[in-house]
Design a binder for this molecule. Structure first.
Ligand SMILES: Cc1cc2nc3c(=O)[nH]c(=O)nc-3n(C[C@H](O)[C@H](O)[C@H](O)COP(=O)(O)O)c2cc1C
Length: 366
């Protein structure tokens, strides 16, 4: 079993690096969000403060690298490289699904390298929600947490991937109860994340009630696991191409979740620039998370990884300057305009898109 999991992880890395496993016809929706430029920002760019806190831990900036890998030698290097970069920048990271190492102790070091290289950064352990239905309990998730001395556990939801992959597990019955049990028993906060198809308001609501401490929407617009499985598929009846862009676009999912839950929400799925990060935070995300673009630089080295992450943070700082937001609290209050497919969807679903445009942070009376 662990061997198959290792092969699958290697396939995922190869496909995400070599092939275009990104959403094709549907975007994350960031083009529907416009921040209102301030010709009179009335702040000093040098004094902009990007720091934040998330689940009780301080971050130098509101950015994490999303869960990707572990279980293979190549994954060890990738996790080490990302860990080194996030440690230096005061960010956080998730490791990929730890099922392989929970089942085969020899693979633990492919994940634990992250803590070795990032002694103080916020690290997120990772297990599949469907694993909780299929036998994983408190003992296994504790093992995942201890393996990397994690600050939190992410439970990932991936119905599309499981349905399309040859070795997929498709019984999700009772998954919410299992997540609630783990959230109640584990001594670390549980984050629930999707894997590229988004999380609706309805699901956010029940997850929050079940005791989950944060939601990572991982919506449509970036990496598509239907696409990944399309490249891996050998089953002519289940190639998955029609599901390439299936799900809720990231920005829509983010707005549904933030308007529903009190717990912090992470924006991910096609976040590709500091502008996307700024828009996410202005839409009340607590953090943004980026995966695939970081994989591309992580295979090159820690310096390249640090450079790309730093570039995103510089872009974020610039946007904050242009909208006159000196810190993240102000950024969460700047006016923005929601339009296009995002407005259409949200209006039909009964969410508010107008009040964002009526916010004001003007320091001067006009
Ligand atoms: C190569 C690769 C492997 C991934 N493996 C996992 C995983 O094991 N567990 C998980 O929760 N998410 C996994 N993801 C999903 C990401 O955490 C993220 O939700 C998704 O890629 C969307 O972000 P992006 O568009 O920035 O890539 C993986 C993504 C990539 C690119």
């Amino acid at each position: 079993m662990a061997e198959t999991t290792g092969k699958r992880k290697a396939d995922h890395i190869r496909i995400c690096l070599e092939q275009k496993a990104q959403a094709k016809k549907v975007t994350a929706g960031f083009e529907d969000i416009q921040l209102v430029h301030r010709a009179l920002p009335e702040i000093d760019r040098q004094k902009i403060n990007l720091s934040t806190s998330f689940l009780g831990k301080k971050f130098s900036a509101p950015l994490i690298v999303g869960a990707m890998t572990g279980g293979t030698e190549e994954a060890t290097k990738i996790n080490a490289t990302i860990a080194e970069a996030v440690e230096k920048l005061g960010l956080g990271m998730g490791v990929g699904s730890q099922r392989a190492a929970i089942e085969d102790k020899r693979l633990e070091k492919t994940y634990s390298i992250a803590r070795k290289k990032a002694p103080t950064a916020f690290l997120i352990a990772n297990v599949g929600g469907v694993q909780l239905v299929n036998g994983f309990g408190l003992k296994e998730v504790k093992k995942a947490v201890e393996m990397i001395d994690a600050d939190a556990l992410a439970v990932h939801l991936n119905a599309v991937q499981e349905a399309l992959q040859p070795e997929g597990q498709t019984n999700f019955q009772g998954i919410l109860t299992k997540i609630g049990e783990i959230a109640g028993e584990l001594d670390k906060p549980v984050i629930v994340k999707e894997t590229g198809c988004g999380i609706s308001a309805e699901d956010t609501k029940v997850l929050e009630a079940a005791g989950v401490k944060a939601i990572d929407v991982s919506g449509v617009g970036g990496t598509s696991f239907a696409a990944v499985e399309y490249y891996r598929s050998t089953n002519p009846h289940n190639k998955g191409e029609v599901f390439w862009d299936w799900g809720i676009p990231t920005v829509i999912s983010l707005i549904e979740a933030t308007q529903t839950a009190k717990i912090p929400v992470i924006a991910s799925g096609g976040v590709r620039s500091g502008i996307d990060i700024a828009k996410s935070l202005a839409l009340n995300a607590k953090l943004a998370s980026i995966s695939q673009p970081i994989l591309e630089v992580a295979v090159k080295g820690a310096k390249q990884t640090e450079d790309l992450l730093s570039m995103f943070l510089t872009e974020l700082r610039n946007v904050m300057f242009f909208v006159g937001a000196e810190n993240l609290e102000s950024l969460a209050k700047v006016p923005l305009v929601v339009s296009g497919k995002t407005t259409e969807w949200l209006n039909i679903r009964g969410f508010d898109t107008i009040s964002y445009s009526q916010r004001s942070t003007l320091p001067v009376e006009y």
